[in-house]
Ligand binder design. Structure first.
Ligand SMILES: [Zn+2]
Ligand SMILES: [Zn+2]
Length: 185
C-alpha cells in the first residue's frame, strides 16, 4: 500500500445498526445510532496521533453528549469506546510506518547510483484489521424527549439521561415502586 492509497475508517455497528460509545467519566458503555459527526471525530482522533497532510484539522465543533447513566456532559470527541481508540492508535502507527517506508524506499531508489547504500528500507507490517462487527448485547431504550432509541446495559436500573439533550428520565420500569406495593398487600 502506498501513502496515496485510500484508507476507509469507520466505527463498527451491531446487527441493528447501533454504535457503541463509552462514557469518559463512569466508563460504562451504551449505544446510539451512528452520528453524522462520527467521521469528524475519527478524523480528528487519527490526526492527533499522526499528522495526515490531507486531513483538515480545523476545530469544527461536534455536538457534545451526555452519558446515558451518569449524565456526564462532554465534548463529542470523548465518547469513543476504548477498543475503538486502541484500533485507531494502531492504525495511525501502522499508517505512519507505511509512509516512512515509502519515503525511505524513494530515497534508496533515487540514490541507486550510490555505490555504498547506508540503509535498507524494511517493509512495514500490514495495517491492523478493524474491530469487526459489534455484538447485539444491549437492550433498547426509547428516548421520548428526542424521539430516538438508545441501547443500555441490561443490569442498569437507575435513571437514564438522554445522550443528546441530557433530559433525565426516571426509573426505567418503576420496578422499586412495584416491589413495595406487593410487600404491603
Ligand atoms: Zn457516565
Ligand atoms: Zn433527548
Amino acid at each position: 500500500m502506498t501513502p496515496e492509497a485510500r484508507m476507509e475508517v469507520g466505527l463498527p455497528r451491531d446487527p441493528s445498526g447501533f454504535v457503541r460509545r463509552q462514557c469518559p467519566h463512569c466508563q460504562r458503555t451504551f449505544k446510539t445510532l451512528p452520528s453524522p459527526f462520527d467521521a469528524r471525530v475519527l478524523q480528528r482522533r487519527l490526526a492527533s496521533i499522526f499528522p495526515f497532510e490531507n486531513v483538515d484539522e480545523g476545530f469544527e465543533p461536534v455536538p457534545s453528549w451526555h452519558c446515558l447513566y451518569c449524565g456526564h456532559h462532554a465534548d463529542g470527541d470523548e465518547w469513543l469506546a476504548r477498543d475503538h481508540c486502541d484500533y485507531l492508535e494502531a492504525l495511525a502507527r501502522g499508517w505512519a510506518n507505511h509512509v516512512r517506508y515509502e519515503q525511505l524506499s524513494h530515497v534508496s531508489r533515487t540514490l541507486s547510483q550510490n555505490p555504498r547504500p547506508t540503509f535498507v528500507a524494511v517493509a512495514p507490517d500490514a495495517l491492523p484489521e478493524g474491530p469487526g462487527a459489534d455484538p447485539e448485547d444491549l437492550r433498547l431504550v426509547p428516548m421520548v424527549c428526542c424521539g430516538e432509541d438508545v441501547k443500555s446495559q441490561w443490569d442498569w436500573d437507575g435513571p437514564f439521561y438522554c445522550p443528546r439533550c441530557g433530559t433525565r428520565h426516571g426509573e426505567p420500569h418503576g420496578r422499586h415502586q412495584m416491589q413495595l406495593e406487593f410487600i404491603q398487600e
